[in-house]
Ligand binder design. Sequence first.
Ligand code: GRF
Length: 215
Amino acid sequence: MAGLTLAVLISGRGSNLQSLIDACTDLAFPAFIALVISNEPDAKGLERAAAAGIANQVINHRDYPTKEAIGDALSRAISDSGAELVCLAGFMRILSHDFVEQWRDRLVNIHPSLLPAFPGLHAHKRALSAGVRVTGCTVHFVREGVDCGPIIAQAAVPVHSGDTAESLADRVLKAEHRIYPLAVRLIAEGRVSVVDETALIADSAAPEIVLLNPV
Ligand code: GRF
């Protein structure tokens, strides 16, 4: 297989993992997944990896005394797989300082809000409570701290009147499944660089359209 080698870290359902698996089945996609790691032994995403014939492994955080020790175990497994880029896809553990630094600018995350708004848990519930008309999702390089770091790609998603956290999450998730493969492709094509803690994307353009809500 050719292209950028990925390791994907999950904790649960793995629908974003699936979007990356699906993208990688296209021979023109410039990346492939070498390893999936879950910290939860019963994560559904592990079945998705197995079904796609991708090596997968459990590194259960409960087996390690500190987050530094988990970070070391993760780093070893990722390095052994040959992965060049680590994709967090619903990975629900805070990573150690050393891990984040070792994989600096080679570690990305997806979060279901337009960061820097609503980092952390319950992003949709908080977006609804704040009354925002537009929310979305973000793929970013990971820095120490919760859901922060240079932004690579975002999608804007309207909030509908009558939305619940669940209906909003469903709508945002569809956008997540588009932007994660997009961000990985941009990185794999060598088009993303970090300058002054901002991600620059070569040869890209923003759409001219404006999303108005309400119309
Ligand atoms: C997604 O909403 C992602 O943005 C967040 O956790 C959720 C994971 O969902 N970090 P899945 O496991 O990829 O289906």
